[in-house]
Ligand binder design. Structure first.
Ligand code: 7TS
Length: 405
């Protein structure tokens, strides 16, 4: 599919913002949705909306097939061994919190260590801070190299035999760094720790194989990969999930309920209390079909090209600071002169260009970068080189504007 055909799947892109064609460069925050996903949601609500796993009526069976069918699509998409290892959650944040509260609180004790990195999103920082606070464990940070990458020698030095959990993002939402997760997993396992991967920024953009990574848990969100908001996934190795307690209790997750004691359903349902995110899962299934149709390798190559082009163009502008390594995923985070990134984003918005400004939910990383905020342009399968040119022109205009005030 060429880029024009791809863009035709995204009706939202075909509009003007502030009198200019919309240039959407904020897909790392949330991606736009193709018609196939919008229609899957609408068809579910129009034609077979019904609760799952309960009734024997026809609509209920169709909804259950749609919901469980989506689980199988996710399993195949990340190459998990079994559907029992795929738990639907509200997003990456919820998935990481489940691991922290269920696995973390039972398996970590005083004196143990939890290891993360300076580049983690708050969703992969705060759940571990909480576990450390409650258990008396220590939260340790793997330092970063000057260019925003992780050196394996630093992982070796930080992870010890006291480490129970290592939790690292595969792709940074700020630096674009692609972390050597397979190697970090090996180091974690060598020390007897479990490996948790925050896949929020990798799953939408590259082929993921959880069995090849050999990680123990893997979390991601549907809304960053063309799916709806409110749906995400926690993958966990079956043998670990089987020994973990649910963190939410109620309907749908029980086998038998007595007056004082109850028993849980088998995996994955014991972790899915209450009416599940039926429409969200069906929408995520449609998003996976869409991404697979185009091909994850093609998507990754397209974004890589855009990021390299953007780096090349942006680095030619005087006063630009660009954060992160040269080899990176499809995003560029920057500051220009001493213009506040919110001002950069505001001027760009007047040109119809949507970028993000702020700390990107990564305050430990901002501290490491010694800035309070940055601007970020992030790319996806529907972005073009022409849009990068507009970004570059918009930034030049911002620079000019602020040099005159
Ligand atoms: N982990 C990473 C690496 C992320 O980038 C995000 C969201 C999350 C976890 C949390 O995902 P959620 O869907 O549960 O909210 N990142 C961003 C961002 O970079 N800008 O807005 C949200």
């Amino acid at each position: 599919m060429n880029i024009h055909d791809i863009r035709a799947h995204f009706p939202i892109l075909n509009q003007q913002v502030n009198g200019n064609d919309l240039v959407y460069l904020d897909s790392a925050a949330t991606s736009q949705k193709p018609l196939a996903v919008i229609e899957a949601l609408s068809t579910y609500y129009k034609e077979y909306n019904s609760n799952v796993h309960r009734g024997v009526h026809t609509l209920g069976t169709k909804a259950t097939d749609g919901y469980e069918g989506a689980r199988e699509k996710v399993r195949r998409f990340i190459n998990a061994k079994s559907m029992q290892e795929i738990i639907f959650t509200r997003g990456a944040t919820t998935a990481l919190n489940i691991v922290a509260q269920s696995y973390g609180l039972t398996n970590v004790k005083e004196g143990d260590e939890i290891v993360i990195t300076y580049m983690e999103h708050h969703a992969n920082v705060i759940p571990w801070q909480q576990v450390a606070k409650i258990t008396g464990a220590t939260l340790k940070y793997i330092p970063l190299q000057e260019d925003g990458t992780i050196a394996l020698k630093d992982v070796e030095e930080t992870v010890t035999s006291n480490t129970k959990i290592v939790s690292v993002m595969l792709v940074s939402n700020v630096l674009g760094t692609i972390n050597p997760i397979k190697e970090i997993t090996e180091i974690a396992h060598k020390n007897g720790a479990v490996m948790v991967v925050d896949g929020a920024q990798s799953t939408p953009h590259m082929k993921i194989d959880v069995r090849d990574l050999d990680c123990d848990f893997y979390a991601f969100s549907g809304h960053k990969m063309c799916g709806p908001t409110g749906i995400g996934v926690l993958y966990g190795k079956k043998q670990l999930l089987e020994n973990m307690e649910p963190v939410e209790f109620g309907g749908e997750m029980i086998d038998f309920v007595g007056l004082q004691e109850s028993t849980w359903k088998e995996l994955p349902w014991k972790f899915e209390a209450g009416t599940p995110i039926i429409a969200g899962a069906i929408g995520l299934g449609a998003a996976i079909d869409f991404l697979e149709d185009i091909g994850l390798d093609a998507i990754e190559a397209h974004e890589h090209k855009l990021a390299q082009y953007a780096l090349e163009q942006l680095s030619q502008i005087d006063g630009m600071t660009i954060y992160g390594p040269k080899h990176r995923a499809g995003l560029v985070t920057f500051n220009i002169d001493d213009v506040h990134p919110h001002d950069v984003a505001t001027v760009l918005d007047a040109e119809g260009i949507a970028v993000r400004a702020g700390h990107h939910c990564a305050q430990p990383l901002m501290k490491w970068l010694k800035v309070s905020a940055t601007a970020r342009a992030s790319f996806y399968l529907y972005n073009t080189e022409e849009e990068v040119d507009k970004l570059v022109a918009g930034i030049k205009k911002t620079k000019e504007y602020f040099s005159n005030v």
